[in-house]
Every structure is written in structure tokens, then in C-alpha cells.
Design a protein around this ligand. Structure first.
Ligand code: PLP
Length: 395
């Protein structure tokens, strides 16, 4: 008889967003005159840059003519986009990549999950808590043993390696979702040394690297000596250039990375060419425009817009004496709920008294209890209004 993958029965339901949606629905039904402001969204709100839209339109026209039509493309991405990514890496991080270390994908979420195909289910996995829930769920689906790394106020939400713990796979997310905390070079060096000494691989999620404003902070793990023998990096145009609905990301698998004498780069290539169709030509053309001079300038302006929203949130937290991480190098502000309130208690207070919706921290892991995530992805006017309302109820 057919057997299912019973590990799926062990995945926790997505209570967080379902719970938020239910509470918002009920509140709105009972208070139809109240205007709610969402400060909890993890999606961008500004549209694609003009340079990207122009390139997408031009590529669509190409697809409509026999002499410029593109059929099946290379699953790992066209060279025109990989060259643009290579140049961006060099300018942005000083890291020199070769083209066959770059894999274009439909986003970081898919690659973070799919990468597990090339690793045994016997590996012990280290996952920070709190963190982006996809790391946990994709490992539960495979039945891997998870060891949690406690991220808390004491360690600035940046847990460091424990030499006594053995593991195979390590997830690091910097700038972090949800805490906005960013590892320094020295801290990442310790992780790289630990991973190399254990023969482990770091899956480094750099989806928010474009939000780093401090020039001293690393934007890529490959800025750290030794990372090419222990790390894979995931990056995304979702937040960098508003591609959440257009879909494009890229993953770097160094050629120097091997496990027990087996190189991981050709393994990932084999996986992708077998199970992944690649990103459409049209989207890849649009993505390449993100890295053009005009595209970089237009994307930078959008990030500045979100950064300004983050500044307004941080100023409000400062005025209210609420401690927080993030905001400066991240679109997320992670705050300690005032008066030792629980995450959901604070959620209810903001919803009912300020008509503002945020995200309770405990949805990202047990260490998120008592914390709350606000995001800078709303528009400027709503961010100002939401912060005024929060000030009014908490002063
Ligand atoms: N990684 C992190 C840490 C995220 O927060 C998100 C989205 O919120 C993603 C990856 C997903 O990125 P993508 O849209 O490229 O799949």
C-alpha cells in the first residue's frame, strides 16, 4: 500500500499568520469604521523599478518574434544575468565568483528548501530560534534532527557556535528575519572556523543584504576567509528590488566546497538540471536590469524609502524607551514588548487600541515570546500614522 511521508504530519501548522488573519477579520467585522494599519507585512509595497519594467517589456516582445524567441534555457540561469550578478558581487562585497558558482532561481525560499536534497537525512541541523520558519519546516519534512541555537537579548540575537555541539548543517540568516540583527565579520569568522573544523556546511541566507547600511558589516559570507570551503549563500531580488511577485533569486555554491571528497557544486547542478526548469527568460532579463546603473540607482531609492520608515519606527521606540534590535541594517524592528507583555497580549493591545497590526515574536520560535516585529515595508504616511497611534497609547 502507498505510504506517505509521515514527517509531514509533524510540521506545525502556520498558526502565526492564520492567527493574525483571524483576529484582524474579527476586529474589522466588529469595528467596520476603524482604519487598520498593517505594520506586520513581510512583503514589499513599492513597484518594480522603471529600468526593470522596460527590460521585461522588451523581453516579452523578443519572445513574440521568431528570430529572438527563447525556448528552454539553461536551468542554472543565462550568462547575461550570471555576469551581472558576478559584477555586483565584486562591486558590493569584493568577492570574486566564477560563473559556474552562480545558480539563478525563482527565489531564496525554494533554494533554501531544495538544497536539502543533496544532504543526507542523518545530518544534525543547527537552527537559530527565532528565525524564518522555512528552515525548520523543510527539515521536519525530511525528519532531520534539529538543535536550536538560542538567540536572545543576552547574545544580541546573534548566537555563536558551541564547540561541544556536533552538527552537519548550520543555518545563519544575516540580516536576520525577524530580529534584524546582523553578524559582524569577527562573529562570522568564528562560525566559518567552527563549520570547517566540524566538516559542516553553513547555509547562509543573505536575502536582506541590500538593507545593510554599515560599511563595516559583511554583506556576503564569502567576505570571510575560509567560507568557500564551508558555505552556500542564498540571495534574493525579492526585497532588494521588489521581485516578490516577479520571482528571481540566486544561490552561490563555491567550487571549493566538498564533503568527504565529493564536490557540492556539481551535485547542486545535477539537482537543478533534473528537477528545476530555470527562471523564465523574461524575468531573467528584468533581473539583469536590477544590476544596470539605472536599476541599481532606482532600487537604492526604494531601499532608502523603507530605511526612512525604519528610522521613524526606531525613533518612536527610542521615545517610548522600548528596547529593540534591527531597523538600521534591516527592514525589521524587533522590539521587547513593554511592561513584560506577552507577544499576543501586545498584538491585541495594538490591534484594539491603536488599530495597528504587527507580528507576535513567538511565531518565529520560542525565544520570540515577549517580542514583537514591526516592518518598514508599509508606506511612509501609514508608518507615521501608526507610530503616532502607538505613542498615544503607550505614553
Ligand atoms: N529568506 C528570508 C530570511 C526571508 O525572510 C524570506 C522572505 O520573507 C525569504 C528568504 C524568501 O525569499 P524569496 O522571496 O526570494 O523566496
Amino acid at each position: 500500500m502507498l505510504k506517505i511521508n509521515e514527517n509531514y504530519l509533524n510540521i506545525k501548522g502556520s498558526y502565526l499568520f492564520a492567527g493574525i488573519a483571524k483576529k484582524v477579520r474579527e476586529f474589522s467585522a466588529a469595528n467596520p469604521d476603524k482604519k487598520l494599519i498593517s505594520m506586520g507585512i513581510g512583503d514589499v509595497t513599492l513597484p518594480l523599478a522603471d529600468a526593470v519594467v522596460a527590460e521585461i517589456k522588451a523581453a516579452a516582445d523578443e519572445q513574440g518574434r521568431a528570430d529572438t524567441f527563447h525556448g528552454y534555457g539553461p536551468e542554472q540561469g543565462y550568462d547575461f544575468l550570471k555576469n551581472a550578478i558576478k559584477d555586483y558581487y565584486l562591486k558590493n562585497t569584493g568577492v570574486e565568483l566564477s560563473l559556474n558558482e552562480i545558480f539563478v532561481s525563482d527565489g531564496a525560499k525554494s533554494d533554501v528548501g531544495n538544497m536539502l536534497d543533496i544532504f543526507s537525512k542523518d545530518n544534525v541541523v543547527l537552527i537559530p530560534d527565532p528565525v524564518y520558519p522555512v528552515y525548520v519546516d523543510t527539515n521536519v519534512m525530511d525528519g532531520r534532527k534539529i538543535v536550536y541555537l538560542n538567540a536572545n537579548q543576552e547574545n544580541g540575537f546573534l548566537p555563536m557556535p558551541d564547540e561541544t555541539v556536533d552538527c552537519g548543517i548550520i543555518y545563519l540568516c544575516s540580516p536576520n528575519n525577524p530580529t534584524g540583527a546582523v553578524y559582524s565579520r569577527d562573529q562570522l569568522k568564528k562560525w566559518v572556523d567552527y563549520a570547517n573544523s566540524k566538516g559542516a556546511v553553513i547555509l547562509f541566507d543573505a536575502a536582506y543584504e541590500a538593507f545593510i547600511s554599515d560599511p563595516l558589516l559583511p554583506r556576503s559570507i564569502f567576505e570571510i576567509d575560509g567560507a568557500r570551503t564551508c558555505a552556500i549563500e542564498f540571495c534574493s531580488l525579492s526585497k532588494t528590488a521588489g521581485f516578490t511577485g516577479t520571482r528571481c533569486g540566486y544561490t552561490i555554491v563555491p567550487k571549493a566546497l566538498s564533503v568527504g571528497g565529493v564536490k557540492l557544486n556539481p551535485l547542486w547542478l545535477r539537482r537543478q538540471t533534473t528537477k528545476f526548469n530555470g527562471v523564465s527568460y523574461i524575468v531573467q532579463k528584468g533581473a539583469s536590469a536590477v544590476f544596470s546603473e539605472a536599476g541599481i540607482e532606482q532600487s537604492r531609492k526604494n531601499i532608502e524609502y523603507y530605511r526612512n520608515n525604519a528610522k521613524i519606527i526606531m525613533q518612536t521606540m527610542d521615545e517610548l524607551n522600548i528596547t529593540y534590535t534591527g531597523g538600521k541594517n534591516s527592514p525589521y524592528v524587533w522590539l521587547k514588548c513593554p511592561s513584560n507583555m506577552g507577544s499576543w497580549e501586545f498584538f491585541d493591545l495594538l490591534l484594539e487600541k491603536a488599530n495597528v497590526v504587527g507580528t507576535p515574536g513567538e511565531g518565529f520560535g520560542k525565544n520570540g515570546e515577549g517580542f514583537f516585529r514591526l516592518t518598514s515595508f508599509s508606506n511612509y504616511e501609514n508608518t507615521l500614522e501608526a507610530m503616532e497611534r502607538i505613542k498615544n497609547i503607550l505614553k
